[in-house]
Write a protein that binds this ligand. Structure first.
Ligand code: ADP
Ligand code: ADP
Length: 235
């Protein structure tokens, strides 16, 4: 089964139809891009998958199981991690402390209380390196990293703590060309490690660089849903 499957999902706020009949899938090792202008329903879609809002029509399945998520914690426990644009990092804390922040032991997660600081440093450095970022000084405050590097740390953290699905909210929106490239390569590395990725973006170029599936929203409805093959021109 796909890791995430939405079938005919709808969501209203009062009488605003924020989403109407949206269907999409995210498989393991796949990046599904969700594209659309402001007001298209991208945030609403994220919030449903991340457990911040409940959908009021249609079906959401996570790992084949129908569910109506009622909290971000519940989503996380099912392996769905969301990285928001305004990353929840503490700028003055070292990179490695941010990496382990909020990772209180729960089922399936290592006993980090017993890890010493050197091990946490090594783990942080190792996870970043594993996906191609050589950050020698993980003691520097995370606020000194570039926006792109901070996104990568947040993604690495989700991967390390066992996420199966990574939901990324406009990860390149605030970044320049070079930093966007760094982040997109990192997103592709997460996909190559087998995660399912939902990449929300309003940048079609960024979507095309890494996407396997493309969902286009307009005013809450889905006006396109294509695999990469379908939009790749014949040679
Ligand atoms: P996007 O993220 O693509 O900009 P949103 O999901 O934020 O789109 O919004 C989709 C529609 O739902 C818009 O018309 C927006 O104004 C409306 N909307 C979003 N959140 C709320 C809310 N909490 N209450 C009322 N309307 C909302
Ligand atoms: P984002 O930048 O993540 O797309 P927005 O700036 O669109 O978020 O919205 C910020 C918050 O306000 C969100 O929680 C969204 O659901 C809510 N919101 C958006 N549009 C409306 C609206 N028309 N009425 C009430 N709340 C809204």
């Amino acid at each position: 089964a796909p890791l995430i499957e939405l079938t005919d999902v709808s969501k209203r706020y009062g009488n605003v139809r924020a989403l109407e009949g949206v269907s999409l899938e995210v498989g393991a090792g796949e990046i599904t891009c969700v594209l659309g202008d402001n007001g298209a329903g991208k945030s609403t879609l994220i919030k449903i998958i991340a457990g911040l809002h409940r959908h009021d029509g249609g079906v959401l399945r996570v790992d084949g199981e129908e569910t109506r998520l009622s909290s971000p914690r519940e989503a996380l426990d099912l392996g769905v991690a969301t990285v928001y644009q305004d990353l929840a990092v503490v700028p003055l804390m070292p990179v490695w402390r941010n990496f382990f922040l909020g990772s209180e032991p729960r089922k399936g997660v290592g006993p980090f209380k017993r890890m010493d600081i050197d091990l946490m440093r090594e783990t942080t450095r190792g996870e970043l390196l594993r996906m191609g970022i050589d950050l020698r000084d993980v003691d520097q405050p995370i606020g000194t990293l570039s926006g792109g590097e901070r996104q990568c740390v947040a993604i690495a953290r989700a991967v390390h703590f066992g996420a199966k699905v990574l939901v990324l909210d406009e990860p390149t929106a605030a970044l320049g060309v070079k930093q966007s490239g760094v982040v997109l390569k990192y997103v592709a590395a997460a996909r190559d490690r087998g995660l399912g990725v939902v990449l929300i973006t309003h940048n079609p170029h960024h979507a095309y660089l890494v996407g396997d599936r493309f969902v286009l929203l307009r005013r809450g409805t889905m006006v396109g849903n294509h695999t990469r093959d379908a939009i790749t021109l014949e040679e």
